[in-house]
Design a protein around this ligand. Sequence first.
Ligand code: SF4
Length: 436
Amino acid sequence: MKTKSHKPNKVAIVTLGCSKNTVDSEVIQSQLENGKVHTVHEDTKGADTVIINTCGFIDNAKQESIDTILDFAQEKKAGNLDNLIVTGCLSERYKADLSPEIPEVDKWYGTFELPQLLNNLGVDYRKELIGERKSSVAKHYAYMKISEGCDRPCSFCAIPLMRGKHVSKSMDQLVGEAKALVKDGIKEIMLIAQDSTYYGIDLYGERKLAELMDRLSDVVGLDWIRLHYAYPSKFPFDVLPIMNSKPNICKYLDIPIQHISDNVLKSMRRGITKRRTEEVLDRIQSEVENIALRTTLLVGHPGEYDQDFEELKDFVSRYKFNRLGVFTYSHEDGTHAGTLEDHVSEQIKSTRADEIMAIQHDISWAHNQKLIGTNQKVIIDRIEGDSYIGRTQFDSPEVDNEVIISLNEGYLRVGDFANTHITGAESFDLIAKLIK
Ligand code: SF4
């Protein structure tokens, strides 16, 4: 493949969607920077080339991606941009339809076309750089994608259409990646994937998440390791003793449940029943004391009727998740559910989502009240007005609760850990003083 001779002066990467896209953008930046192309995240001022890393998951996300592309198409038309490149999930899924519609885009690349994208910018893809990247989200925490793609058949999900089959990264590569991030000042890593609990099956013939977490916890300087995107069916319980025995593995688990009624779980093709889901959650909560559970629910899926939703509300009230997010069903072409009747109105979908969050609001408030008077280790994420804003080990960045500490409490830097005493609590945030 002939590499273009002309290299851009400044490339800006605009990243949309999930943390997995963030990691992909960091990999693009690392390859371009090593190819002597000045590359930044988000700051498009003075950039002659913009790469938009899109999301194609659900309607709202797709619309946000298209709006962003159209904004930069305007910039291109106005002569403020030489080269406009689109990559990521939306491009993977719809480039054939979109490219004739938006001629200002110079190139559309799918999710597996990094070498072609780099060549377009005069850089050769370098395999030896795999695992080398800088965190674009913070100097003290980073996301680490342990695998790509997904083998699950969830009826509502278009991700396998855009990300392909499940492919695990090797443990050696991931440990190397963690060491490189720590050397760069990273103290906290979020382990992410489409389905993190499937880790290793393709590469080692068996689930290896526990072993991976064990090896990562031995990386010197890695203070917090956090597990996201666990799948409830066939959950690898050998992860739990590792969580208990390793102080740098957060007592935190993100486990999207999506729904609880057997009727809807079946329609969603989740491969698990209500009884089994509750058994899995009960065992996790009994084996890891005070573990913070985060989950994601989906309302309005084809097949969800009033009694199914009542069951879901009852489940949320009984299980009292520490952190919870809820999505409304989006009718996605190419998915199994996309062939079913989308019989729940948008109005009812959003009313149901609001009802779930209203229940969760009170649950979160009650959880936070119990933390008043306790001491908590907090990592400082930023300074906002007259306060330090941080998180406990029970909170993941950008999605969970925060801890507010007055600047008057003492001198702290972003990325520092601080020992704090919780003095107050709101629905989603805590107030703390420093322990001197
Ligand atoms: S586990 Fe299900 S919802 Fe998650 S990425 Fe895979 S198919 Fe989609």
